[in-house]
Design a protein around this ligand. Structure first.
Ligand SMILES: Nc1ncnc2c1ncn2[C@@H]1O[C@H](COP(=O)(O)OP(=O)(O)O)[C@@H](O)[C@H]1O
Ligand SMILES: CC(=O)N[C@@H](CCC(=O)OP(=O)(O)O)C(=O)O
Length: 297
């Protein structure tokens, strides 16, 4: 009996969150580094379906960097990254569309549907969801001026048209989005999934942006995970190199989303089973939250 009452207490701990989040949109970025074991993929899909059945509206933006790299290598191409962005020639863009839009997107859709959800896969091309333009990377030269590095068909989000998402949500579908944008001439652009998730969360004024990755959260200089950071403190953490590498686009995505009207942003360890439920429905949460308004400090 004691064990049964403990189970009831767990549900009761979740009650205020279920009440607060009813009808709200959560944008969840499912990074390639978190898509590792079959059990974990299943627990992710179960969490999404549970969120949906209790009235939260999840939107998934997925990555898949490791699988793109593995496929490139199989085809005799060496992946190269500059500032965390994959140099994308035309042949690589075909591989990106094949792996993200074909393989990974459909795998996530099938997983969610297997657990009783109604997922629909789309890329930024569908319904004109993500308009993109070529991303320009500038590098300071030792002559004191700047040179432009051409990284090919890498895009940045120009605008988001959420109409297709609104329609899908109205009919209780769960959108699963691959981070491919469409240019003014209909051409495809490869975009970092953190930035796409951030732009979509802003366009929908989502309640939360949650980025699933392969670290327990943002670590300080002593390797301890910081449970909460105010966005005004991010710059200092970048300047003193506490935050670097792959964490840079994530904190940028979180701060842009907060500026765009998203209430809270989280960086969570996707290698933990049911990490979404632990973050959303427990007092402590897991990982790092980045907050930005006076109310949430
Ligand atoms: N302060 C920090 N705390 C945690 N991780 C950090 C920090 N600074 C840099 N990183 C790096 O960021 C990486 C996460 O980014 P990335 O590998 O691009 O993930 P994903 O594939 O999920 O997008 C970590 O594996 C870690 O090496
Ligand atoms: C321009 C660019 O680098 N795009 C990424 C898109 C996928 C992605 O973001 O995947 P993760 O979230 O798993 O890293 C890439 O080609 O790897």
């Amino acid at each position: 009996m004691k064990k049964l009452i403990e189970k009831a207490n767990i549900l009761i701990e979740a009650l205020p969150y279920i009440r607060n989040f009813y009808g709200k949109t959560f944008v969840i970025k499912y990074g390639g580094a978190a898509q590792i074991e079959e059990d974990l993929k299943d627990s992710f899909a179960q969490d999404i379906v549970l969120l949906n059945f209790i009235g939260i509206k999840p939107i998934i933006v997925h990555g898949g960097g490791p699988k793109i790299s593995a496929t490139m290598k199989k085809m005799g191409k060496e992946p190269v990254f500059i500032h965390g962005q994959r140099i994308t020639d035309r042949e690589t863009m075909d591989i990106v569309e094949m792996v993200l839009g074909g393989l990974i997107n459909k795998e996530i859709v099938a997983l969610i549907n297997n657990h009783g959800g109604k997922a629909v896969g789309l890329s930024g091309k569908d319904g004109g969801l993500i308009k993109a333009k070529k991303k320009v990377i500038k590098k300071a030269t030792n002559r004191g001026d700047e040179e432009i590095i051409d990284i090919g068909l890498v895009g940045e989000v120009e605008s988001v048209d959420p109409e297709i998402l609104n329609s899908l949500q109205r009919d209780s579908f769960i959108p699963v989005i691959s981070p491919i944008g469409v240019g003014s001439k209909g051409e495809a652009f490869n975009i970092n999934a953190d930035y796409v998730a951030s732009a979509i969360a802003s366009a929908l004024k989502a309640e939360k942006l949650i980025l699933l990755t392969d670290v327990p959260g943002i670590k300080d200089k002593n390797d301890n995970v910081m449970s909460s950071i105010h966005k005004k403190d991010i710059k200092k953490l970048i300047d003193d190199s506490t935050i670097s590498g792959g964490m840079l686009p994530k904190v940028q995505a979180c701060t842009c989303a907060l500026d765009g009207g998203v209430k809270k942003t989280h960086i969570v360890d996707g290698r933990i089973s049911h990490c979404l439920l632990l973050e959303i429905f427990t007092k402590e949460g897991i990982g790092t939250e980045i907050v930005g308004s006076c109310l949430s400090t």
